[in-house]
Design a protein around this ligand. Structure first.
Ligand SMILES: NC(=O)c1ccc[n+]([C@@H]2O[C@H](COP(=O)([O-])OP(=O)(O)OC[C@H]3O[C@@H](n4cnc5c(N)ncnc54)[C@H](OP(=O)(O)O)[C@@H]3O)[C@@H](O)[C@H]2O)c1
Length: 265
């Protein structure tokens, strides 16, 4: 069997995809700019997808690539162009891409980039599979860790359907081991929750006491989130809840701030 390359294989999602594929008995190559082994048995190669130096070599003898590499600082479209061109030269038959639910309905600049990459794949002539997922638990935790630095926490009036990277990785690996399937049904977490209830869960898990203040953030981007365009809504695929994630990942800290006793709620 040929090895599978996981771009972004050192990231939150990518490292779990690597493990899933190794568990399925496949040889896996982790690719990122500063690659390193993320699991016993994985090989690794350092490539910056924006330049593609070393990419042809990394894709030699590979027929499937799971593309998880991404950065908020720009360059994803160039990276996808480079990857697609190299994949064609190497005879890759299946490129699996992880995208985000609602990218065509929420005008966030990063989402426009994700949509442009989806379009590149669709036009590439390569066999491809695109899975859109909802927000990862890591991202939701990160948002509240930033907001939670202040004694008064502004909480946007919106909902999330947070999903665990373990669940998404399992689905991505399953797709990577199958045939190219085009755009497949969106993948969401087990619950739709308003941001305030997730903020409370985060504060409880980290032992913080804060005043939660709902805020209606103006603008078209937040209007899209308020409409629920980031939710799958009618499908609840993931199994791990935000509380289960926090139980493993959150660090409890004593707080010097006064409890607001759930006001804001
Ligand atoms: N976070 C969410 O809530 C969410 C939800 C749905 C879908 N997604 C999508 O899931 C994917 C993975 O997200 P994540 O949160 O796991 O990301 P992450 O933890 O930030 O990991 C990003 C990975 O990409 C690599 N990378 C970045 N730029 C690169 C480049 N130019 N060349 C090669 N490797 C590069 C990074 O490693 P180096 O720094 O070593 O290069 C890292 O391994 C992204 O496509 C994201 O859009 C995320």
């Amino acid at each position: 069997m040929k090895p599978i390359v996981v771009t972004g294989g050192t990231g939150s999602l990518g490292r779990r995809v690597v493990r899933e594929l190794l568990d399925a008995g496949r040889e896996v190559v982790v690719l990122s700019r500063r690659a390193r082994p993320v699991a016993d048995g994985s090989r690794f190669v350092s490539v910056d997808l924006r330049t593609g130096d070393g990419l042809d070599q990394a894709l030699t003898g590979v027929d499937t690539v799971v593309h998880c590499a991404s950065t908020l600082t720009g360059g994803d479209e160039q990276a996808a162009r480079t990857l697609i061109d190299a994949a064609k030269r190497a005879g890759v038959t299946h490129l699996v891409y992880i995208s985000i639910v609602g990218i065509d309905r929420i005008p966030l600049p990063y989402y426009r980039t994700k949509l442009a990459v989806e379009r590149q794949l669709e036009a590439s002539g390569l066999g491809y599979t695109i899975l859109r997922a909802t927000q990862f638990h890591e991202l939701v935790q990160h948002i509240f860790s930033l907001l939670g630095r202040s004694p008064i926490v502004p909480v946007p009036t919106m909902r999330f359907q947070p999903v665990d990277t373990r669940d998404v990785a399992g689905r991505l690996a399953e797709l990577a081991l199958g045939e190219p399937a085009g755009r497949v049904p969106d993948f969401g977490g087990p619950e739709v929750r308003d941001a305030k209830s997730l903020a409370r869960a985060y504060l409880t898990a980290t032992g913080r006491r804060r005043l939660l203040v709902p805020v209606r953030v103006p603008g078209r981007i937040m209007a899209g989130f308020r409409r629920g365009e980031n939710l799958v809504g009618d499908r609840f695929d993931g199994e791990w809840t935000f509380e289960q994630f926090l139980a493993e990942h959150a660090t409890r800290r004593p707080s010097r701030f006064t409890d607001a006793g759930g006001s804001g709620g």
